[in-house]
Design a protein around this ligand. Sequence first.
Ligand SMILES: NC(=O)c1ccc[n+]([C@@H]2O[C@H](COP(=O)([O-])OP(=O)(O)OC[C@H]3O[C@@H](n4cnc5c(N)ncnc54)[C@H](O)[C@@H]3O)[C@@H](O)[C@H]2O)c1
Ligand SMILES: O=C(O)CC[C@@H](O)C(=O)O
Length: 525
Amino acid sequence: MPKVLISDSMDPKAAEIFRANGIEVDEKPGLSKDELKAIIGDYDGLAIRSATKVTKELLEAATNLKVVGRAGIGVDNVDIPAASAKGVVVMNTPFGNSITTAEHAIALMFAVARELPQADVSTQSGKWEKNRFMGVELTGKTLGLIGAGNIGSIVAERALGLRMRVIAYDPFLTPERAIDLGVEKVALADLLARADFITLHTPLTDQTRNVLSRENLARTKKGVRIVNCARGGLIDEVALKEALESGHVAGAALDVFVEEPAKANPLFGTPGFIATPHLGASTTEAQVNVAIQVAEQMSDYLMTGGVTNALNMPSLSAEEAPKLKPYMELAQQLGSLIGQLVGRHITNVAIEVEGAAADLNPKPITGAVLAGLMRVYSDTVNMVNAPFLAKARGLDVREVRHDREGDYHTLVRVTANTPDGPKSVAGTLFGNAKPRLVEMLGMGIETELFGEMIYIANDDAPGFIGRLGSTLGEAAINIGTFQLGRRSAGGEAVLLLSVDHHVDRGLLERIKALPGVREVKPLRF
Ligand SMILES: NC(=O)c1ccc[n+]([C@@H]2O[C@H](COP(=O)([O-])OP(=O)(O)OC[C@H]3O[C@@H](n4cnc5c(N)ncnc54)[C@H](O)[C@@H]3O)[C@@H](O)[C@H]2O)c1
Ligand SMILES: O=C(O)CC[C@@H](O)C(=O)O
């Protein structure tokens, strides 16, 4: 039974869903880094929010970990390259808290427009400072969105409802989408010069870090009000403090900070500044949404292989997963066979599908071929890390889908280009479920690929099979299955035999010494 650890506080629905799916679950929010490291090796899945830091060091200790599920959007607390290298899938829940976070941005926009928190503190302290708190209306003002993805779009929709004019800077926003949203797509310089309010809705990347730098803050309209519910690091906090103090920026509300938890921050105490402790996603509705979603996604992956919202692997729906599973087994076997035959000399690989296989999502089939193929480099390779490993090795991968009808109702062929020319293997599914090799190096041969096997290339000649049988018999090696393929009578032939015992180097040498043998290789599946 797979085991999942929930290491941040999460709605109880998550644990309920894991248990209902037959997964054992421990809820241990608030563990220290060392405590987490000490127990992570017991778990197949780790469900987190933003407090747990999934570092390379933690992943090294996570010897059984298969999936990290982030109940939320931002995954900057997960070292995704390190997770990919370890073959761990990283998933998030990209929509579950979008409305809630957009509403928080709108709430903070009202709060900076009318200085609501400051007015509250003043009033409850017995002052009645009616003249101190002179606000501004949102109606008719220009809102500049930096980032118009899921949350930015919802903010735009709400702001238009408030009769604001909305302009957006987002290099990936298409003109059509901007028209659909009713926003004007602008350059950053234009946004800075025109916006009365600026809200930020981008991830923190090398491109977005410090997007509101000292220089860019200086380019904003005097009296601008700024809201950040996205990520700390998008704004230069010290420069913002100075801009608030000088009055260039009239107000700023931040939910996110460069350092979190933000127990001390240069902005604290600055006039016109409002802070919330990363509350963007903190509503009952959003927390239930993300908890349910992350638990369902992780359960699907652990129990059926379905992949949804993964950041380091192609998606595979729970409906597709059972259909693709035998194909992935076949693809992995073919990749493994070609890898064992050719070794590390492959420069590029083509994965062709025809018949029923051509109607399927090709990515999992490619991932499985690469997982089999890359075993020549690493025993710990799987579908998550194989494409990364292939890329790192400079392997060129091509997917080809054929419409043609072949001899088999479904077929996957893997062709590797080697210094000795192309080498290919192909397989089908019997009864849509059982992988079978049907072609090897251009010769028809039909067999299952399993356990310990021996591959022999030889000259097709009378007496060879008898001599081979005697050699194996003398070594007390029992033959399980025995399949023969040949290019032509008396020409080149291949043999694939499964054996019940490990075949040692000495025996392989004796087989190689038999007359007519061109090549011998042990295979393992
Ligand atoms: N405060 C919170 O609690 C909270 C809650 C949820 C999400 N978030 C954060 O909000 C942010 C936005 O989330 P989302 O769901 O809208 O993400 P999203 O991926 O849907 O949208 C991000 C947008 O940023 C745009 N973008 C990327 N690079 C850009 C650049 N250099 N300049 C301008 N735009 C750029 C993208 O094109 C995209 O449209 C994320 O950082 C997420 O982590 C915070
Ligand atoms: O989990 C949280 O409270 C914050 C989530 C938020 O930052 C996100 O990126 O989804």
